[in-house]
Each structure stands twice: as structure tokens, then as C-alpha cells.
Design a protein around this ligand. Structure first.
Ligand code: NAD
Length: 452
């Protein structure tokens, strides 16, 4: 993966001998090293403790048969640090039952190792008829988000809500657990993911979950888009890397590096969808994955914003992602079983001064996910969005130093994310094994304080 263009000198300094000494004496934040995914290496640094007594504990034990699992023993093995702890909370139906969380996690918190993962499994509250159960399943969110703020050393906590009618094998849950219980989710923290009752097939190889798939990535010449192209290709997809014609050489380099196809294309052009449809129908048997990543900012306080800044941001960030999907569907170029992944932003959740245009488009992207979930489900196509927080790119390198440093530190992991963190989340959404994952927005922001 490419190195981040912007170096966090503060993090590098506090990791050095003298820097670390000074930081602890002065009580300064010391960003932990995050363990990231490496093919062939163990998913986590230690064993996973599996507990709880709901409908999922047994299926999960089977789904994670190749993990080093410690089941319901209530204590870590000796002095060994845990790589993760998964708690099946679907059996919690009353307020008193919530104490099970306290009893399971309380004694384990200090046993969690570097970049350990906590995953709480619940039942989707909106789909529960019983009033008490609905309330306590909703309570899991506050528990998970709070415990995430208490974790140290790169550890994270997430909540996964599983449809009450998911089959007893819960196969739709497998890809989500493998994403969360690995370095692929290094910068995803305190998120809630909902799983439908669809079954999903495991790939032949979990290291190649996109084998045989054709993926389009817009805005692929640099930044997050270039890394998305690399990760989707690493995971087995043929990548069509699209960017504006002016991106020229940079786009060809990305396409060559991933053995994919370079497609010079302005996503706002009226014939953009038709061009892609023509390419994928003539050279491939259609398109399986669409990643709407191209995006621009044209910041200005609303009172000073000219119409051009408003219009251009709307055109690239909101009109194009919708139009592209409409046109590909109309042309029959988007395959059954495929997936659409859009790139939102925490600015679309929390709002940002000087970004009324950008914030509107990035919230609109979440609207696209909401509105298209059921429409696309009819064709067995999923749609989800990632909402990145502070990611180390050329865009964030341009932010003035003090603001940049504040942006990096204002999250539970006390650092900016890498482009690969966004790309891994996109690949997880895009995989056929994630057929049961649709209609979600996952923030890749290290549990940013902004928009929490
Ligand atoms: P970037 O500016 O480095 O890259 C964006 C790419 O999109 C560029 O290569 C650009 O040429 C391309 N592009 C712009 N207009 C296009 C058009 N009309 N047609 C085709 N391609 C076009 O930005 P980035 O930081 O890599 O951001 C990628 C996405 O992530 C954007 O949607 C952005 O809004 C979102 N995002 C980024 C961050 C961050 O911290 N960097 C945070 C939240 C969201």
C-alpha cells in the first residue's frame, strides 16, 4: 500500500525513546501503533474469548473454527493477552440481563492486547416485537460506544445487530465477524452494523474474497481511490480505475500497478454511465462492484459561497453517484449479486463549518443508501457507505498544522487513519460473502469526537 503522503511527526516523536519519556512525564497523548491486516498472518495477535448465551454463540463458534477460540470460560488463558472478545447478547431480554455485559467484559478489559477487538452481537431492535427486549437490545449501543472510549492500545469495540430471523447457521454474519476480528478494521471503532436474514456463501479463500469480480472505482488516480483500487485487486477483483482525463499518467500508473483497466472519465459527463456500461459489456460479463469514491471540496462560508462552488460539489459528490447507478441498472450492466459502495464523510453526519455544500452532499450519499437499499435488494445487490474521518491524504496534509494535529488526536485511537483503512472497509462491503450486509453506513474515523 502507498505510504501516507502526510507524516504525523508528533506520533513518530512520542514513539521514539526520548519522546515517549517526555510524553509520559507531561501526560501528553501517546497514539498506539495499530495492527493492520497482512495476508497470511494471523488475523489477531491473540486468542478470541467467546461468551454469552444467545442464539448466536454456537453458530459463531462454527463460523470462526479457524480462529484460536476460548469459549465461555470467563477468564483468559493464563497470562496470555486476548486478541478479541465476542459476546453474544441476543439472549438479553430484560434490564437485569444487561448485567451479563458487565460480568463478561469487566474482568477481561485488562487482558486485552494491542489492537484487540470487542464485538457485541445483538438482535436488530426495530425488528423486535417484545417491548422489554427491544429496549435492552437498543441499550447495547450505549454500552459498546462507551466501552470503546475506555479501551487502550488500539483496541476497538463494535456492535453487530443480527436479524431476528437469520438462519440458525447465521452464515450472513461470517464476513462481518472476519472483518471486525482482524487488522482490516484497525481504524473502525464504535460502529453499529446491521445484518439481514440473508444467507451468504463463504469464499473459497478468505484472503481472496473478490475473486473473479469486476470492480469500478471512481476517483482512482490518487488518495483513497488509488488505495481502494489496490485493495480490491489484492482481494481478487479486476479493477477498472476511472478518473478525470486530466489525471492522465497518475491514473495509468494505478491501473498498471493493479493489472486493471484505466478509464479516463468525468463522472459528471452525461454519457459516463453509458461509457462504463459499454466497456464492461464488451470486455467483461458486466460489473459486480461499483465504488463511488470521486469527490471534491469547494469550501467557503455560505454567505461568501459562489454558485459555481455549490453546483460543482453537488454534481460530483451527489448527482454522479446516483446517476451512475441508475444508468448502469438501466443498461443491465450491474450484475445480480453485486454491490454498490458510496463514500460519505463524517462531515455529512456532524456538519462542518465552511462545508454546507460538501456536508449536504455527503449526507445525501447516506440518503442514497437508505433509498436504494430495498430497490437494489430486489436484484440481490447490496448498497452501503463508508464515512471516513481524518484520513492521511494530500487533502488533509493541506490543513494548517495546528488544526491538522487536533483533527488527528480528537478520536479514541488518537491518530489519523490511513487510506487503507477506508479501502478495507469498502472491500468488506463489496464482497459476495457480505450479501447480508446492506443499508449500512460505517464510519472509518477511530471513534471521532466529531459527529459522535
Ligand atoms: P483526492 O482529492 O485525493 O482524490 C479524489 C479523486 O477524485 C481525484 O483523483 C480526482 O481527480 C477525482 N475526481 C474529482 N472529480 C472527478 C470527476 N468529476 N470525475 C472523476 N474523478 C473525479 O480525495 P481523497 O481524500 O482521496 O477523497 C476520496 C473520497 O473520500 C472523496 O469522496 C472524499 O470526499 C472522501 N473523504 C475523504 C476524507 C479524507 O480525510 N481524505 C474524509 C472524508 C471523506
Amino acid at each position: 500500500m502507498p505510504d501516507a503522503p502526510s507524516t504525523d511527526f508528533y506520533a513518530a516523536f512520542v514513539k521514539s525513546g526520548p519522546g515517549s519519556f517526555l510524553a509520559s512525564r507531561l501526560g501528553l497523548p501517546q497514539p498506539p501503533s495499530l495492527r493492520r491486516y497482512q495476508p497470511g498472518k494471523p488475523a489477531l495477535a491473540g486468542p478470541v474469548l467467546l461468551g454469552g448465551s444467545g442464539r448466536l454463540v454456537e453458530p459463531v463458534r462454527e463460523l470462526l473454527a479457524d480462529y484460536d477460540l476460548v469459549v465461555n470460560n470467563g477468564g483468559a488463558r493464563g497470562a496470555e493477552k486476548l486478541g478479541g472478545a465476542v459476546f453474544d447478547a441476543t439472549g438479553i431480554t430484560s434490564i437485569d440481563d444487561l448485567k451479563g455485559l458487565y460480568e463478561f467484559f469487566g474482568p477481561q478489559i485488562r487482558s486485552l492486547g494491542n489492537s484487540a477487538r470487542i464485538v457485541v452481537l445483538g438482535t436488530t431492535p426495530e425488528l423486535i416485537e417484545d417491548i422489554d427486549e427491544h429496549i435492552v437490545q437498543r441499550a447495547l449501543e450505549g454500552f459498546t460506544r462507551s466501552v470503546a472510549k475506555e479501551l487502550r492500545d488500539g483496541a476497538t469495540a463494535q456492535l453487530v445487530y443480527v436479524h431476528p430471523k437469520a438462519s440458525t447457521g447465521a452464515s450472513g454474519l461470517a464476513s462481518t465477524l472476519r472483518f471486525l476480528l482482524s487488522g482490516k478494521s484497525a481504524y473502525v471503532d464504535a460502529q453499529v452494523i446491521r445484518i439481514t436474514d440473508k444467507d451468504a456463501e463463504a469464499p473459497a479463500d478468505w484472503d481472496k474474497p473478490l475473486a473473479g469480480k469486476v470492480a469500478l472505482v471512481t476517483g482512482a488516480a490518487r488518495g483513497i481511490g488509488a488505495t481502494i483500487a489496490e485493495v480490491l485487486s489484492r482481494d481478487g477483483a479486476h479493477v477498472i480505475a476511472a478518473d478525470i482525463p486530466a489525471a492522465g499518467e497518475a491514473l495509468s500508473e494505478v491501473a498498471n500497478k493493479v493489472g486493471g483497466t484505466a478509464l479516463p472519465l468525468d463522472v459528471t459527463a452525461p454519457d459516463a454511465g453509458a461509457k462504463i456500461a459499454e466497456l464492461v459489456k464488451s470486455r467483461h460479463s458486466g460489473l459486480d462492484i461499483v465504488v463511488n469514491n470521486a469527490g471534491i471540496t469547494r469550501d467557503k462560508l455560505l454567505a461568501n459561497m459562489d454558485e459555481g462552488k455549490w453546483n460543482s460539489v453537488m454534481a460530483v459528490n451527489l448527482k454522479a453517484p446516483k446517476q451512475l447507478v441508475d444508468d448502469l441498472l438501466a443498461a443491465g450492466a450491474l450484475n445480480e449479486g453485486g454491490s454498490v459502495v458510496d463514500v460519505s464523510s463524517i462531515a455529512g453526519i456532524a456538519g462542518n463549518r465552511g462545508q454546507t455544500n460538501y456536508g449536504a452532499t455527503k449526507a445525501g450519499v447516506i440518503g442514497i443508501v437508505d433509498a436504494y437499499t430495498s430497490v437494489l435488494a430486489e436484484k440481490n445487490i447490496t448498497i452501503n457507505a463508508v464515512a471516513p474521518g481524518f484520513i492521511e491524504t494530500a487533502m488533509t496534509a493541506a490543513i494548517p498544522l495546528a488544526t491538522r494535529q487536533a483533527g488527528r488526536l480528537m478520536n479514541s485511537l488518537q491518530q489519523g487513519g490511513q487510506t487503507v483503512d477506508v479501502a478495507e472497509t469498502i472491500s468488506y462491503f463489496a464482497a459476495p460473502a457480505s450479501a447480508a450486509v446492506t443499508g449500512n453506513v460505517v464510519r472509518v474515523c477511530g471513534q471521532s469526537l466529531l459527529g459522535a
